[in-house]
Design a protein around this ligand. Structure first.
Ligand code: AP5
Length: 219
């Protein structure tokens, strides 16, 4: 006990404070993964959720499209893969996510949209959050039929300018990539009882109401 008190007194008089005083560990963030196949409404619902709950929106698709718009080397390499409906390498995406989280030390929490997409990304995300004494609170998984996904994405392709939306073969390749590599994300978090399925068909408002109910129950 006395030894413990002595350490506190000693630390009080240190000129250079120990690291934990300079960078206090973040706690009590609410971190949510909005999960689902391409076109399931992750981006649409994210806008409503971040407004209502004050979370930071992290969309790896948007981050990659910003790199493409700036014609960076990373962006040009990503574009080649995205236009083919394939995933960008884990190391690239994980690096971007780490930078995004580190740049927002005061965040109340994060909404992850389109990330993680592989088991390796799940493990990396858990490690990044653990560094901040945090974790994923819930994975809300939007369920939409494949024909509805294709219809929505082809519809958006008429106006969005997204090259991966204009061709049905590419859209189906994105959906196949989701089945091959990304459904593993739900399997990973199901082991921790964190996955909740939500119907992703119906009006945007009714789906949002279902998502909100799940968040309200946990936040
Ligand atoms: P990303 O940008 O994440 O695209 P995605 O997952 O394919 O998802 P979308 O944006 O197409 O769909 P969404 O679910 O957000 O639906 P939205 O709300 O937009 O990724 C693009 C590419 O980047 C990937 O293919 C990959 O190459 C790469 N990438 C990204 N992250 C990566 C990662 N972590 N690792 C590796 N590679 C990565 O809605 C779609 C349309 O439907 C809209 O027009 C919308 O208005 C409409 N809609 C929405 N809700 C409804 C509704 N209820 N009823 C009718 N229409 C609706």
């Amino acid at each position: 006990m006395f030894r413990f008190l002595k350490i506190i007194v000693f630390q009080k008089h240190l000129k250079f404070k120990p690291v934990q005083y300079l960078y206090p560990q973040q706690k009590n963030m609410f971190n949510l993964i909005l999960f689902g196949p391409p076109g399931s409404g992750k981006g649409t619902q994210s806008e409503h959720i971040i407004d209502a709950f004050g979370l930071q929106h992290l969309s790896t698709g948007n981050l990659l499209r910003t790199e493409i718009a700036h014609q960076t080397e990373l962006g040009m390499e990503a574009k080649r893969l995205m236009d083919a409906g394939q995933l960008v390498p884990d190391a690239v995406v994980i690096g971007m996510v780490g930078n995004f989280i580190d740049a927002r030390p005061d965040a109340k929490g994060f909404l992850f949209d389109g990330f993680p997409r592989t088991t390796a990304q799940c493990i990396a995300l858990d490690a990044l959050l653990k560094e901040k004494n945090n974790e994923i609170n819930v994975v809300l998984a939007l369920e939409v039929s494949e024909e509805e996904l294709v219809k929505r994405l082809l519809g958006r392709g008429l106006t969005s300018g997204r090259s991966d939306d204009t061709n049905e073969t590419i859209i189906r390749a994105r959906i196949q990539e989701y089945h091959d590599k990304t459904t593993a994300v739900a399997t990973y978090y199901a082991k921790f009882n964190k996955v909740v399925a939500v119907t992703g068909e119906g009006t945007v408002e009714s789906i949002y109401a279902d998502l909100k109910k799940e968040i309200d129950a946990r936040i």
